[in-house]
Write a protein that binds this ligand. Structure first.
Ligand SMILES: Nc1ncnc2c1ncn2[C@@H]1O[C@H](COP(=O)(O)OP(=O)(O)OP(=O)(O)O)[C@@H](O)[C@H]1O
Ligand SMILES: [Mg+2]
Length: 179
């Protein structure tokens, strides 16, 4: 991907597809490292599936499709000297089911991809899934930017959908100003 914000969009869309009602996107950054974790309360994955999910060359494709979102992210993180981690609890086994994807990147590597337009990613997610609670935070050494759609929904009341153009424009301005 050209921008890490597109990886984040891709991974968060996995959470949406997994019927999550709450998706947390946490970015943390210091001088040398950028890391993000995406945590959801969706259906989760079973152990065997999880073990193969970052392998694009898995040969069980006849019975299930393995995409490229997770293998690419793992590769891109590791290419910079960073790391990748995925943990998941399937709804078939656990009451507290869900998935957490973590990736860290060495910012000094020539293979480091910039974060790009994260505001656009957040707006796209809200626009596409206005009923999901998205909790976004971006922590750097200087500041922390946060947005919670659950809080927004509470403030706006039930009559104003989060995906309305006015609300999305407000989110865009609010985040852009904080950056
Ligand atoms: N958060 C998640 N919760 C539950 N299952 C997940 C989650 N993320 C990924 N998966 C499972 O892992 C599979 C592979 O995910 P990946 O993002 O690599 O590819 P994909 O979503 O299938 O395809 P693509 O991202 O290329 O459109 C998914 O099809 C889904 O079955
Ligand atoms: Mg995907």
């Amino acid at each position: 991907m050209k921008e890490l914000s597109l990886n984040i969009l891709d991974i968060a869309q996995n959470s949406v597809k997994a019927r999550a009602t709450c998706v947390k996107i946490e970015i943390t950054e210091d001088a040398d490292t950028l890391a993000f974790a995406i945590t959801d309360n969706g259906c989760g994955m079973e152990k065997d599936f999880l073990a193969n999910v970052t392998n694009p060359f898995t040969t069980t494709r006849k019975t299930r499709r393995v995409g490229l979102g997770l293998p690419f992210l793992k590769m891109e993180a590791e290419m910079t000297g960073g790391s990748f981690e995925i943990t998941s609890k399937s709804e078939k086994e656990y009451e507290d089911h869900g998935t957490r994807v973590f990736a860290s990147f060495n910012k000094n590597s020539i293979d480091f991809i910039p974060l790009g337009d994260i505001v656009d990613t957040i707006c796209t997610l809200i626009h596409g899934s206005e009923d999901i609670d998205f909790e976004f935070s971006h922590k750097t050494e200087e500041k922390e930017i946060t947005l919670s759609t659950a809080e927004m929904r509470e403030m706006l009341g039930e009559d104003i959908p989060l995906s309305s153009p006015e609300v999305l424009a407000w989110v865009r301005d609010y985040l852009t100003e904080l950056y």
